[in-house]
Design a protein around this ligand. Sequence first.
Ligand code: ATP
Length: 489
Amino acid sequence: MKLDIIIGFVVGVFAFLMVLGYNVFPIGLLLVAAYLVWTLVLSRQILKNGNGVSIATTAIDFEDIGGQSVAKKELQEALDFLLHSDRMKALGIRPLKGILLSGPTGTGKTLLAKAAARYTDSAFLSVSGSEFVEMYAGVGAERVRGLFRRAREMVRKEKKTSAIIFIDEMDILGAKRGSNVSHHEYDQTLNQLLVEMDGLKAEQGPPILVMGATNRPEALDVALLRPGRFDRQVKVDLPDKEGRVAILKIHTKNKPLAQEVILEDIAHETFGFSGAHLESLTNEAAILALRDEVSEITAHHLHEAVEKVMLGEKLDRKPTAEELRRVAIHESGHALLAEMVRPNSVSQVSIRSRGNALGYVRHYPKDDLYLYTQAMLEEQIMVALAGALAEEEILGTRSTGAAGDYEQALNLVERMLISGMSSLGVTDVSRLNAEQRQSVTKDILAELEERTKTILLKNKPLLIKITEILGEEETLSGDNLRMYLLNVA
Ligand code: ATP
């Protein structure tokens, strides 16, 4: 970017001198020549410094990857093409050239690629899409050529029969052509990858399999997904509960767990966590055990670690007494409403600052849910609105603490619109203008606000009581909250 500014400035100065009548042609020519030589030297240097390729010695097996049974099965089936290439050749089956792993970040795509290399006993090269992107023309394309050259060399040197090239962040290297306005360098690089993949013929040297990973498969150029290139796509999704248990087992294998620890409970609490989150959770739990100077990781450490990964580190900042009371009212509002509309759903409520939150309520997901009914979405919106409405009910005013809740409520309303659950029925939401959108959103929120207010008003003594208890105890488990609710009622 800086270079762009300098070039722009020099061109500007030259234009100005020309307007003044100076003959700048010879100096200009000299500068252009110097620039070309400089970029050439630099690009050679970049290429010499290893192409940004990392060669990983891979000690990862498929057994080291928790969950992902569908992805593993699909991948292994595809890899059998590589393992039995002679049989494939005899039947005239063209070699498999590319597998695309797509899914959210931290779900184990890199692990799968490493395990694939071990499963097929292939040489393994790993590179990130962003490492191909240089502003110097031709460098990216040359890097792609170098990568394939290197893979062939590695097969020879390591005496393997095949190679796997893993390209992470595939969407940077393989974005739809023409989508990067600034330069054609991206397109040239992608073209070169397509050329190299087309050149991967069974009879030309050792089999090379390209494995790409992306969390934005929709951004990829269609040419990449054409048969004969990345013709296998494997989805690597967030793990379900069973998968989370398996991942937790893998990452606690080398950690001393107290006997009372039930990993299924932790898996139950961690809906939406990726493998990377779960790995971090087990690590944080071990750090908490170290801080407590104990030799075993207890259930308490693991529960604390879930919160830390979810919400960030506990903070020592002290809100004023007035703020604390407001936070207690706000969180009690959320918790009370949650228990009213979905009994037994609160796992914890706290007014201790964590990360960006002054307080929080954590909910148990009943089970891993992939579908939501209108009633469920409405309940979630009501729970989100209840914090601000409780403040209004007791203190007479709302506060800025509800901004995140409104964002959540608006996202849920958007889901209702898209799913045809608004007064507009099934509609193409992208064709609604801002006014129509605003009007229908306002109607939904107004109705749900009314319903929430009615519940809070009817249970005001409970709300006040829970606020007081929370103010004293700072944190309440879901079970304690329910006990107090029963006793007061
Ligand atoms: P990104 O898209 O951000 O590159 P990724 O999908 O490639 O992420 P990995 O790099 O494979 O994710 O995973 C990161 C770390 O998370 C791993 O080193 C491992 O510790 C843990 N992890 C992720 N998924 C799993 C899993 N299924 N089983 C065990 N550990 C996992």
